[in-house]
Design a protein around this ligand. Structure first.
Ligand code: MG
Length: 333
């Protein structure tokens, strides 16, 4: 992700010395779980007192979380270290892909193949069962994409992805280059033809992306406020999806008073989880804020998964956390 707001930077500098110590406590429960309810219904999501565990503390900037049992566990893109790691259910950490083209967002397609957004490659790739990579998208209307950030699978098998500029404007997240697209869009890759279709340019810096369980709503986070632009948007937008392949105008689903929402996830009941600067915020399907799972470092990406589907994984700077919920991710069609 993007440039951090000053408040978050100050917090991170303050906590910097503590990060080395975290490595020693990997896999152990946090001493101070921080579940903060805004609504009694937060109790339906997570049991009070549930620990926030640290699975890994050796990254630089962990995003792109994707749980894939058939690939050996949780896949993590350490964007700034230019590699991907895998965290097995038993806690073992290994290299998954190195170098990774500053890979960021990951998701699984309808056949369970890993879809990866690459900042440096400015493309979306599919990992075949033998490990080879197939390029699904690297241009639109004859020009290179900006830097694909995050992706989601639609019920019809299409891969949708966001294309903000962070991978071509932040030196430690890709290669610097002028944008060649006149807009930062959300794109759809048609599952039958492979055609890349621009779906909307209404989001300033589209970033996290997720569908409601029935596929009728598309949530997109806008991280415009991250680009040294404190007046920029810091909202989650909800687009009605028509016939699976057209977006109606969006409404503001939720907005932050500070920081920016980045990675998104939706559970089986339609609650929306957003990785924000101060942890993971949980919203009811109607947008009501239910509560927050606080993190000490800036949360940027999340995924639901784990052996029973009830585990929330959180990428927060150098650290990957996990917390067990009472709800599970949506069933995969
Ligand atoms: Mg992102």
């Amino acid at each position: 992700m993007p440039t951090l707001p000053r408040r978050a930077l100050q917090r991170r500098m303050f906590l910097g010395g503590a990060l080395a110590g975290l490595a020693l406590s990997a896999s152990r429960a946090s001493a101070a779980p921080t579940l903060r309810a805004d609504d009694p219904r937060f109790g339906d999501v997570v049991e009070p007192g549930t620990p926030l565990r640290t699975l890994y503390a050796g990254g630089r900037w962990c995003e792109g979380l994707c749980y894939a049992a058939h690939l050996g566990g949780l896949i993590v893109s350490d964007v700034r270290a230019n590699r991907m790691v895998r965290i097995a259910d038993d806690g073992a950490v290994g290299v998954f892909r190195d170098p990774s083209n500053n890979a960021n967002g990951n998701t699984l397609d309808a056949e369970g193949r890993l879809i990866t957004c690459e900042h440096r490659g400015r493309r979306v790739v599919r990992r075949e069962p033998d490990g080879r990579l197939t390029v699904l998208a690297d241009s639109y209307e004859g020009h290179p994409l900006n830097s694909p950030n995050d992706a989601a699978l639609a019920p019809d098998g299409a891969i949708w992805f966001t294309d903000p500029v962070f991978g071509i404007t932040m030196p430690d997240e890709g290669l610097m280059a002028p944008p060649e697209q006149p807009a930062r869009r959300v794109y759809r890759i048609d599952p039958a033809s492979g055609r890349v279709e621009g779906m909307t340019d209404a989001v300033g810096q589209p970033n996290g992306i997720a569908f409601s369980p029935d596929g009728t709503q598309l949530y997109v986070s806008d991280t415009s406020a991250a680009l040294k632009n404190p007046e920029g948007a810091r909202a989650i937008l909800a687009f009605p999806v028509r016939e699976g392949r057209r977006l109606a105008p969006a409404r503001i689903f939720a907005t932050l008073e500070a920081g920016v929402p980045d990675g998104l996830a939706v559970d089986a009941d339609g609650r929306v989880y957003a990785a924000c600067f101060d942890g993971v915020r949980v919203h009811a399907p109607d947008g009501t804020r239910l509560g927050r799972i606080a993190t000490a470092t800036d949360a940027a990406n999340i995924a639901l998964g784990g052996p029973d589907g009830r585990r929330l994984f959180i990428g927060a700077g150098a650290v990957v956390h996990a917390i067990d919920l009472k709800v599970r991710g949506p069933a995969r069609g």
